[in-house]
Design a protein around this ligand. Structure first.
Ligand SMILES: [Ca+2]
Ligand SMILES: [Ca+2]
Length: 148
């Protein structure tokens, strides 16, 4: 399914994917071009962003998910496959001329999910940087612009 999974449905689908990938090696990081941003359903004026990585170029098997949710300003990173890659998410935003950043690493192996509960004024633009990780390095990074 080429759709951007919302968090509520990701939880159910993830169990099916855990353990699906046992010994995959690859260099590229595949991101569904539909991984994007959409108006928040819970936070008027907010824009949520998702970057979904896949282990394959056909977008069949999840590798990692990065997200920023406008509601509660939640930043998240989730490692979804045993593929030698972790998940990294970074949020950057500016308020009154001061730039702030927050980041989360899910590098503990498949199933590792890290979130950070941020506090950002409504309407502020937030840049989500999503990357895969491997031995401390960041790879295949993509950026999206959300609204807190
Ligand atoms: Ca908000
Ligand atoms: Ca992984």
């Amino acid at each position: 399914m080429r759709r951007i999974a919302r968090l509520g449905t990701v939880g159910a689908g993830a169990a099916l994917l855990l353990g699906a990938m046992s010994s995959v090696s690859y260099a590229a990081g595949y991101v569904d071009p539909k991984s994007s941003c959409a108006s928040s359903e819970q936070d008027a004026g907010g824009v949520d962003c998702r970057v979904q990585f896949y282990t394959d170029s056909n977008y069949n098997v999840y590798s990692a998910l990065s997200w920023f949710d406008a509601y509660g300003e939640e930043l998240g990173a989730w490692d979804q496959a045993t593929d030698g890659r972790g998940s990294y998410s970074k949020a950057t935003w500016t308020v009154s001329g001061t730039t702030h950043t927050a980041e989360v690493y899910a590098t503990g192996g498949v199933g590792d999910l890290k979130t950070k509960d941020l506090s950002i004024p409504e309407g502020v633009r937030v840049t989500l940087k999503a990357c895969q990780t491997d031995n401390g390095g960041l790879y295949n990074c993509h950026s999206r612009t959300a609204t807190a």
